[in-house]
Design a binder for this molecule. Sequence first.
Ligand code: S3P
Length: 169
Amino acid sequence: MNAPSRIVLVGFMGAGKSHVGRLVSRSLGWAFYDFDREIERTAGRTISEIFEADGEATFREIEASVGERLLGMERSVLSTGGGWGATPGWDERLPPDTLSIWLRVSPEVAVSRAGRDRPLLEVADPIERARELLQARIPYYRKARMTLDSDRWSPAELADQIVSSVRDR
Ligand code: S3P
């Protein structure tokens, strides 16, 4: 692909999408958008409140429409929510000048990092839950053009690798 004008980070909760995305946007001087924060701003409620009051299906509808709007932004880094990159056809909806990156994380590391406000992990055995969700989602996350191992690299190292890959194209 030619030089991208947009980076989309996908991957499971706790992969570091927001942290890494912010660092990359600063290095490139591009705008940064975090799907979850934009959803909260649009809905005027937290993610947990939306899940609790309206359920996951409504959350996914809001997420899909916020995602569609954000994908129109140029010179931007987009950190998606963990479920967005697991929806069938997400990669086909990307504008052509988009570099998509899967930040891969293990269930153990994901659960140890994912803090508050993750309704899907508020269960008796969050690691088991993360395993199940990941197993179902990996075939979709895999559609990203590039994969980086978030268990192995720090957010700063991941951001450096992404910035170099954008500058090399
Ligand atoms: C979700 C991930 C969360 C948030 C919501 C659902 C998921 O985003 O969108 O809790 O389905 O994996 P992060 O991946 O930013 O934690």
